[in-house]
Design a binder for this molecule. Structure first.
Ligand SMILES: [Zn+2]
Length: 409
């Protein structure tokens, strides 16, 4: 820990693990719960940083794997770090690269694996795809998705890359598993991730000392353990207690395979073991119902590519569910994407115009839809935070989900 980074818990949800809080970083504070907008390649696709600020985003998360391959972490370092490079003055996060690296090995069926029950298989790989990543006890060897070049990520490499990228919050290098992996593999993987966490803390400590002239970068340990309560608790406890020469994790990520219906339970197991003094980031979720469940069970921050990804596929979120702007229903609809929305897109443009832009394959279609979806997502988590602060979380949740779930039918 450092004076430059800290977490102050605020209002607690009575009878639950939910809470508000403030994360302090060298580039500003984040009021939690908060949604962190994803800018994978040091840009939120299709929108300028000014628009990211205008949707109310408090922080941006970029991807260490992508930036390591292109332009190279040394370029970002020379530019003054991720924020300076991409013209984002607020707090930044980078993930460890592990998720993307290991997705090259198993990820083609990741989503399917999340839904599949019963069949356990440690060698899951999509039909017709060559395995592009191999995990061993020391790290992961993988081929670049860009040109097929061979690379190797270890905990030390991930730490060096993330220190060079210069984000305020970094994640420890962890092994990604899927629900398809056997129980035995999950056990071995949790142990491997713990050994990697120790190496990450040691490398982080050394790099922090070497780069003492740079702003402090916080390191979050990542809890794995898939759907197993004992493994999740063991992993979380191990990370919460871990100290290498006095260096501890500044916060925690909760990652990996999970079944949607068990999301809250799983987050709760982790929160129980992680203690209340450090922030908990749930990696990769953005569906409205998941935010409520996760916040209630102790998650403080979130990130996900979905709001911008689905926007580029002409799908938009509203309080009454999600719809696609390309269908005929929007062709002559001269109201906004969502009535009452305070985003730039809804203030200035009609559904009919966005329908036209998507039909005509105009680039600004993605820009306008992304602004709406990111604003919707950031605002929802902000509203959840306000509800916690004002002691009306359950009422807000029930009212929001009543409309949202009715709209989805
Ligand atoms: Zn809007």
């Amino acid at each position: 820990m450092s004076d430059a980074f800290g977490f102050t818990p605020g209002v607690a949800l009575p009878g639950g693990r939910g809470r508000t809080g403030v994360i302090a970083t060298p580039h500003g504070t984040i009021r939690t719960p908060a949604f962190v907008v994803v800018g994978t390649q040091a840009t939120v696709k299709a929108v300028l940083p000014e628009a990211v600020a205008a949707v109310g985003a408090q922080a941006v998360l970029a991807n260490a794997y992508h930036l390591y391959l292109q332009p190279g972490a040394d370029i970002v370092d020379a530019a003054g770090g991720l924020g300076a490079f991409m013209n984002w003055t607020g707090p930044t996060f980078t993930d460890s690269g592990g998720f993307q690296v290991m997705s090259l090995g198993v990820g083609f069926r990741k989503v399917l694996a999340m839904d599949a029950a019963g069949v356990a298989d440690d060698d899951v790989i999509a039909d017709g795809k060559e395995r592009l990543a191999h995990v061993d006890d020391d790290g992961v060897t993988f081929r670049s998705h860009l040109n097929g070049d061979l690379h190797r990520f270890t905990p030390e490499v991930s730490m060096r890359v993330q220190h060079a990228l210069g984000a305020d919050v970094m994640f420890a290098f962890d092994e990604l598993t899927t629900l398809k992996n056997t129980r035995g593999y999950q056990e071995a993987s949790v142990e491997r991730t713990h050994r990697w966490a120790i190496r990450c803390l040691a490398a982080h400590r050394e790099l922090t000392a070497q780069r003492a002239d740079k702003p402090y970068q916080a390191l979050f340990g990542v809890v794995q353990g898939a759907q197993y309560e004992d493994l999740r608790r063991q992993a979380a406890r191990g990370l919460a207690d871990l100290a290498v020469d006095g260096q501890r994790f500044d916060g925690f990520g909760i990652g990996g395979a999970l079944e949607k219906e068990n999301l809250g339970t799983m987050v709760g197991w982790c929160a129980d073991e992680l203690g209340d003094d450090r922030p908990r980031h749930l990696l990769g979720i953005s569906e409205p119902e998941d935010f409520f469940t996760a916040v209630e069970n102790g998650a403080d921050t979130f990130d996900c590519v979905n709001p911008s990804r689905v926007a580029r596929n002409s799908a938009v979120y509203t309080a009454d569910g999600r719809y696609n702007l390309l269908t005929a229903a929007s062709r002559r609809h001269f109201g906004p994407v969502e009535d009452g929305c305070d985003c730039y897109t809804c203030a200035h443009y009609t559904r009919a115009y966005l329908h036209h832009l998507f039909k005509a394959k105009e680039m600004v279609a993605s820009t306008l839809a992304t602004i709406h979806n990111e604003r919707f997502t950031v605002r929802l988590v902000d509203d959840i935070r306000d509800a916690l602060e004002q002691g009306r979380f359950a009422d807000f949740r029930d009212a929001f989900l009543g409309r949202w779930l009715a709209g989805r039918r």
